[in-house]
Design a protein around this ligand. Sequence first.
Ligand code: SF4
Length: 62
Amino acid sequence: MKAIVDRDACISCGLCESICPGVFKLDDENISTVIVDPVPEEFEDCAVESKETCPTNAIIIE
Ligand code: SF4
């Protein structure tokens, strides 16, 4: 599994980092970035939950 953040769509709410800190981290510009590629199996569930929770649908899971 691969997670991608659409930086233009991210509104820096921090939800993904709260839900899944092993995968998402807000960077210096307060935009969510993916810190692991591929997503480790143990984080797949929270990565999908982050995608479903993101208010702007900025997270893409492949
Ligand atoms: S949940 Fe979505 S909008 Fe919020 S920080 Fe994460 S990627 Fe950005």
